[in-house]
Structure formats: C-alpha cells, structure tokens
Design a protein around this ligand. Structure first.
Ligand code: CUA
Length: 354
C-alpha cells in the first residue's frame, strides 16, 4: 500500500514535470506563491470534476432501468449528507477566496520602501524612465533582490504590462483614469520576456521586450552609463539628469513657477511638501496627493480644485506628454522631501536603515 502511494506521488510529479516547458520560470518573490495557489485551484477543479463524473457513471449503472415496467423505489434526501457537502464546499471555496484575496493584496499593494520606475505604454512599445535619468524602450533593467514599483500609464489605448516570470500583470490605462502600479522583487539575474497582454491594435502581438535582472553593482554601473547616454539617445531626457531635474526645467519652461510660486499671494497652491498630503477640495471633498492626483491636476486641473483657489490653471492635456507628466511629478515629489535632493524614488532614499 505504501509503495502504491509513493508510486502515485511520483506519477503526479512527472505530470508536473511534463508541464514544465509551458510554465514560466519563477524569477520573483511572489512567483512561488502564485504557482502554489494556481496548482491548488487546478487540483481542486480536477478532483471535483472527476468526482462528479465518476459518481454520474456509477449512479447511471447502479440505478439503471432493469425492466420495462419497473417503478423505482423513492429515495428521500439525506440532510446529514447534504449539509456535510454544503459545509465542506463552503469552507473549501471560502478558503480559496481568502487565499486569493490575500495574494491579490500582496501583488497590487506596493510596499513603501520600493524603488520606482515610471512606465508609459503606447502603440506599440513600452517606455521606461528611471528616477536617476536613464530611459529605455522595450528594455527594463532592474537590480536583483530589490523591490521595484512600476508606476504606469498609457498614451493611447489600454495596454497590459505582463512579465510571466515575475507573475505580474497590470493594465495600463489611458486618458484621465489614473496610474496603475505593480511591484515585484526579482530573485535571480537573467533576461525575462515582457509582453503586452491586452489587444491594442495591429502590432499588439509584437509589443513587448525584455526585463534584464542584474546584480546591484552591475545595475548601478548600468544606471550611470544609461543616464549619460540619455542625452544623445532619446528626446526629452536631460543630459545625465535625474527625472526630477528634467521635471524641474520643464516646470520652469512651462511657466508653472509663476503661479505655483509658494508665496501667500500666489494664485495657485504651493507645491512644497504637498506629496502624500490630503488636501481639501472646492466641493468639500478631500483628495490624497499621490501620483494619480498630480497627473490629473496637470492634465485636467479643473477636475479637483483645491479649496480657496480659483480654477485658473489651463489644462496641459495636449501640451505635455505622459513622460513629461511623469517628470513633473518626479520633480514635485522631491519638493516633498527637501533632505533627499535626488527624490524619494532614488536608491539612496529607500535603502533600508535598520
Ligand atoms: Cu499594447 Cu497589446
């Protein structure tokens, strides 16, 4: 008997082994958790489906009609059996719900001490901006063993950022919606595929790229190199400048400083220290100043006007790009933390001090 159990276990394991080529590598801290939950759900589904199918066959044979004029014996329900099944299934599926929900919250509530990378999706590419200034297209470089939070938006239609090896997937929403975020912590150096997982037009299938996970020292070296290359490479990025610095020059050149001067007579709210605060709005409601709120207030300022101010600010919807909006936000965030000039998203500011 013991031998049979062992043999069965080995068989079941070899089935998983056969599936291996179809299961992406586990390269993030949550990958194992997601897979365990997934296998559990598959196993429960298979077991319950098999139980129903087998019982069906068994009953069909057992209670088959034996004579043409047979009148079957009436069978009354069994309260005991029925309540047992109901309670069992209730516990089972509630357990799955609780398990799935806690996993969901882990996946979609980024931890505070995470380095941030800004992402813009557009037909048909992913643009990444590192707070330190490095910018890349369809390539994402991250250090191993560090929590990375992606702040994402779309410039045109809905895209979905998907890295199977990290088990992260999140929609990127266009328009006045909001930023979506996702986080992961890569566990081993390597190159992993990035996909767009939302049909977004003719080139959807080719939209994607590679996430490169590097040792922290390599990553630092890469950041420095890529940061200075930003000057010659892509438009919009300052020469070796941090995102916040690029945002600051934008802030000046767009004339934002004229109104957001911080003086008591200013027509617009002062921005120093505003990030993370809760502000009172004209309509009596309140809003937390986060990335999404700042983005809305830049692109469509009349949506949520701070109490005590007139809606005088023009909309920047068609004036600044999504990337520039992110640079402006990176700048405004540094105003919240005067002691860390490179911004709260930089590695210096988030390195654990314990
Ligand atoms: Cu972008 Cu599909």
């Amino acid at each position: 008997m013991k031998f049979e159990v062992r043999q069965f276990k080995r068989r079941a394991f070899s089935v998983l082994f056969l599936l291996q080529p179809f299961i992406p590598e586990q390269a993030s801290t949550v990958a194992g958790h997601v897979d365990r939950f997934y296998y559990f759900m598959v196993a429960i589904s298979v077991l319950l489906a098999a139980a129903v199918a087998l019982l069906e066959i068994y009953f069909a044979i057992k209670y088959r009609r034996r004579a043409p004029d047979e009148i079957p014996r009436q069978i009354l329900g069994s309260i005991k059996l029925e309540s047992l099944v109901v309670v069992f299934l209730f516990i089972l599926f509630t357990g799955m719900f609780v398990w799935g929900t806690s996993l969901y919250f882990t996946l979609y509530r980024p931890p505070r001490e995470a380095m941030e990378i800004y992402v813009v999706g557009k037909q048909w590419m992913f643009l990444f901006q590192h707070p330190e200034g490095a910018r890349e297209i369809n390539e994402l470089h991250v250090p191993v063993g560090r929590r990375v939070k992606l702040v994402m938006t779309s410039q045109d239609v809905i895209h979905s950022f998907f890295v199977p090896a990290f088990r992260v997937k999140s929609d990127m929403l266009p328009g006045r919606e909001r930023y979506t975020t996702v986080w992961f912590e890569a566990t081993k150096p390597g190159r992993y595929r990035i996909f767009c997982a939302e049909y977004c037009g003719t080139e959807h299938s080719s939209m994607g790229g590679w996430a490169t996970v590097m040792e922290p020292s390599e990553y630092q070296a890469w950041l420095t190199k890529a940061g200075s290359a930003a000057a010659t490479g892509m438009a919009g990025g300052g020469a070796g400048q941090t995102m916040a610095a690029t945002g600051e020059s934008l802030f000046q050149s767009l004339g934002c400083a004229n109104c957001h001067s911080g003086s008591a007579l200013a027509q617009c709210p002062a921005l120093t220290g505003i990030f993370g605060k809760t502000v009172k709005l004209q309509n009596g409601q309140t809003a937390t100043v986060d990335e999404s709120y700042l983005r809305e207030s830049i692109l469509n300022p009349k949506a949520k006007v701070v109490a005590g101010y007139e809606p005088v600010m023009p909309a920047y919807q068609n004036v600044v790009s999504e990337e520039q909006t992110q640079q402006l936000i990176a700048y405004i965030r540094t105003l919240a933390a005067p002691k860390t000039p490179s911004g709260s998203g930089s590695p210096e500011a988030v390195s654990p001090k314990k």
